[in-house]
Design a protein around this ligand. Structure first.
Ligand code: DGL
Length: 262
């Protein structure tokens, strides 16, 4: 048993979707959420820029006495998870697009996968697709600019809808599943589900990541006790008022960010 907090890291607010799944699965687990808005979005940065930037962020989380870190970001997972696991000794859980379950559920039918630009070009992701797409049934859509649009337009549903339609129009196949390969896209999953052709299922990994987190904590004897007071802290490296209001709108519950300079 270990009552230290679990850290959750993302470039912005998308990782809150993973946090939400973790909170409902591990009710007694305290969390520290770190959003790197100063450097947001990561999707248009190079792997080298992201790797350099992650060091102060990871050091901040390690110094805050966390017991494990969830990388609640597909882009960071694609560019840096191997490096982070080499550099840090605590358990690090990554976030990958749920392509395997999509293939399982849709068997021979086509699948569209939305990812950030940096995920799309990363060798880690390309290898994963090469291994999984043995029938040539997957279309990867580079959704450059979409994660930023979701945060910027959180208060404006109709503009957000027309932006989402633009990205849906990039899918050039008949598809029966759309995999959300960025945690930011999960923030607007309901809107996306309204916009896809009927019968298309929208697939995302937040529940699976929460389950994997529980498994890892269990494996390392790091689960919390049920008597421990639960704390949820939220830090951002940029404007905390902006982050608080956007997060509260997107999650539909009050989230208060504290500024942190990194
Ligand atoms: N939340 C990040 C992900 O899951 C992407 C957002 C960004 O481009 O920074 O890929």
């Amino acid at each position: 048993m270990d009552n230290r907090p679990l850290a959750i890291l993302d470039s912005g607010l998308g990782g809150l979707t993973i946090a939400r799944a973790i909170w409902s699965r591990l009710a007694y687990q305290s969390t520290i959420y770190l959003a790197d808005h100063q450097f947001f979005p990561y999707g248009d940065k190079t792997a080298l820029q992201i790797n350099r930037r992650l060091i102060p962020l990871m050091n901040f989380l390690v110094k805050s006495n966390c017991k494990a870190i969830v990388i609640a970001c597909n882009t960071i997972t694609a560019t840096s998870i191997k490096l982070l696991r080499q550099l840090y000794r605590l358990p690090i859980i990554g976030t990958e697009p749920a392509i395997k379950p999509a293939i399982k559920a849709n068997l021979k039918e086509n699948i569209a996968v939305w990812v950030t630009h940096q995920t799309a070009v990363s060798p880690h992701f390309k290898t994963m697709i090469r291994n999984l797409d043995q029938r040539g049934q997957i279309q990867i859509v580079d959704c450059a600019g979409l994660a930023d649009a979701i945060e910027a337009l959180a208060q404006n549903q109709s503009k957000l809808k027309s932006v989402l339609k633009k990205y849906l129009a990039k899918i050039k196949i008949n598809y029966s599943a759309l995999v959300l390969g960025s945690t930011h896209y999960i923030l607007v999953k309901d809107l996306i589900q309204q916009l896809v052709p009927s019968g298309v299922i929208v697939i995302e990994p937040s529940q699976a990541i929460a389950q994997q987190t529980e498994t890892i904590l269990q494996q390392f004897h790091l689960l919390p006790t049920s008597t421990c007071p639960v704390k949820r802290l939220f830090f951002t490296t940029a404007d905390h008022d902006q982050a608080s209001s956007t997060a509260s709108t997107l999650l539909g519950s009050s989230i208060i960010f504290t500024p942190c300079t990194l």
